[in-house]
Design a protein. Sequence first.
Length: 113
Amino acid sequence: METGVIVVIGLVVLFILFRIFKAFLKWGIIILLLTLVAAYFTNPDEAVHRKNLDVRAKELSLKKIRQKNVTIDDYKLFSLAKVTVEGEKKVVGIGAFGRVWYFDDLKETIRKK
């Protein structure tokens, strides 16, 4: 009799945990979808990348970057800023949610030119 009660209690606990997990899963999917929609609509465009790259280069006391050496790859949810150095493209920054962030090695990358 005790084993049957323990099994029933275990099944009830598993059922409750499943229901709780299912609710969290539903809200998790909704939050993920909202985040993806926000990322799509706030992805910075090429002009923002180029302007911020020039500002960042000035902050680092670097020479002006030739715009023909800069490419922006748009992946709709985020974008990557790349600089061509010695024939090789190097990712120097990432744009998402209306902002552009540059990696710490930007200074070394541009000075190689």
